[in-house]
Design a protein around this ligand. Sequence first.
Ligand SMILES: *[C@@H]1O[C@H](CO)[C@@H](O)[C@H](O)[C@H]1NC(C)=O
Ligand SMILES: *[C@@H]1O[C@H](CO)[C@@H](O)[C@H](O)[C@H]1NC(C)=O
Ligand SMILES: *[C@@H]1O[C@H](CO)[C@@H](O)[C@H](O)[C@H]1NC(C)=O
Ligand SMILES: [Zn+2]
Length: 359
Amino acid sequence: MLIKLSLISLVTLASAAPSTTTSTSAASTPTAAPLLPIPAFSGTFANAYPPVDKTAPTDTPLVKQWLAELNLTAMPDFPPTKFNSGGDLENPNSVPADTCDWTVTNCINKDITNCPKRTWGLTYDDGPTEFSPQLYDFLDTTDQKATLFYIGSNVVTNWQAARRACAAGYHIAVHTWSHNPSTTLTNEQFVAEIKYTELAIKELCGITPTYFRPPYGDIDNRIRGLLVQMGYTSVIWDIDTNDWMMAPGGTRTEAQVDAAFDQWVAGAANLTEGHVCLEHELYQNTVNAAIKNLPKIQLTWKAMPVAACVNDAHPYQEKNITLATLDGAQTGSGAAVKSLSASVVAAAAVAIAAASFGL
Ligand SMILES: *[C@@H]1O[C@H](CO)[C@@H](O)[C@H](O)[C@H]1NC(C)=O
Ligand SMILES: *[C@@H]1O[C@H](CO)[C@@H](O)[C@H](O)[C@H]1NC(C)=O
Ligand SMILES: *[C@@H]1O[C@H](CO)[C@@H](O)[C@H](O)[C@H]1NC(C)=O
Ligand SMILES: [Zn+2]
């Protein structure tokens, strides 16, 4: 269900946006003082990046260097999968069970799928886009941080929004270069997709992400092996807003997306685990839905980035950067340290009390 429309619609619509909207996000400036000191950036990239929205090439000196740094000897070794033009995996029955392919069986390995009880992993995929500044403006009003799973092609196109999010202390993570299903890529292509995205984020923000979400959730043990080699934790989700289906020509209404949020609010009291929720900063209407529904989530759950809910205060390779966590670990120093918004935590405490009365 997830795969069917999204492979086509996300990629084509996402690629339509950047060429016409390159500089619109520059108009929006951060409302809050920067938390992370990000490097100067002239507007011209020092590195050469692949064409946007195309599978990253593997024959460049950079990719050869990245591959040489990895030891793929002990990797699970099986061929890439194939998806058809409709965005569906071909011959799912022929995929061996021991590849732990999420697309076939929702198999997870060490992927993060949930946050702890009462916490809500707030995640927005497919940015940065021309719509991101609206979302960030809103999140900043309650000092709400989130994990942003960025597409490398969108990072180089909408780099102003990326720098703003980095500086404000959002949790920046990787969602491939071209948004193709990861299991369809060769080892070399997948490494190139991750490392080019990582390099663009490093060049713009001075940080190196260590969290990854596979487009469409499409991951197996070969991809997981490559991620481990590159120092990444993979994140799926346990609840899906299906907000991307509100795309033009899509099959989901805003009311249906709102209703899903209402259900998760109503169900909060009895759950022994928290959620990781899939949302997108991809279209105007997904950003609208995110903005409209977040306040009720904040009243019932403690919303935070995924790294925060698993108490990882150092979700970048630069371990001297510290972000706030659920347990409030603030072991770093300087401007990067930021506690969870007191107002959000207080609101959540009130809501938890309310929820136990059956709200
Ligand atoms: C690569 O990994 C294999 C299997 O773990 C190991 O035997 C080998 O020594 C490693 N090679 C290098 C160069 O680290
Ligand atoms: C929560 O659990 C209680 C006790 O089992 C039950 O009475 C109540 O209906 C449940 N509430 C929801 C929203 O599922
Ligand atoms: C933080 O660590 C990085 C290496 O990961 C280093 O280049 C940088 O200078 C350090 N910054 C500070 C402020 O110590
Ligand atoms: Zn995506």
